[in-house]
Design a binder for this molecule. Sequence first.
Ligand code: AP5
Length: 216
Amino acid sequence: MPLRLILIGPPGVGKGTQAALIEQRTGAKPLSSGVIFRAEIDAETDLGQLAKRYIDHGELVPNGVTIQMMLKRIRSQEVRSHGFVLDGFPRTVRQAEALTEELENIQVTIDAVVSLEVPEDVIVDRLSGRMGCTKCGEIYHSTNKPPKREGICDKCNSPLFVREDDKPDTVRERLRVFRDNTKPVIDYYETLGRLRHIDADRPADQVYQDIVDGLV
Ligand code: AP5
């Protein structure tokens, strides 16, 4: 059976890192709303221009366009047959309700909703050292996971970049937005009895193991 997971957690907790590990080891496709928005920004589409106005300030992109963009991908046959790992969506209760309704309509069941949790000072450290590959998206960290050659991706030799929204002021705003808008999503899944809490303040492989161990 294809794996279907939702990863929830604050900025920098390691959602993208875990989604990549899960894809490598199970084949389930990462569906990251942030990655999709950044691709739209790079391609200078109308959606990208709209999203950039919010992302650069650490604010949420409006629910309507975000829900439409993500549900379209969840409906796709490729994603449904390989399974998926949602990373960064849903991020508001309105998005969570829309997702629940869509999954019921297409008769898809989620295997687990995982809340990744670390203290706020760890988040600030993780984001201040993060670098990503401009081509394949591999995620690095200056001390926790440095590339073999400075500024170059180990996997595809492309240059690494630092995200605009990882500036300290924007990170503070993203944390505020998480507390106000996304913590209620955690409560939403808790109430539905679907949530697992995972301590993500450990090496990425151990966090991965906890996620998959809880699936059996
Ligand atoms: P998005 O791209 O989703 O950003 P985010 O949720 O803030 O999460 P990040 O990508 O910053 O962190 P992550 O948890 O994936 O951590 P990572 O694995 O990189 O969203 C960006 C923006 O888009 C939002 O602010 C918003 O404007 C908009 N947006 C997106 N979705 C939206 C939605 N649904 N609705 C409305 N707007 C939306 O790890 C971080 C660092 O830590 C890395 O350097 C990594 O190497 C390191 N690390 C990871 N795990 C570990 C570990 N276990 N130990 C040590 N280091 C680790």
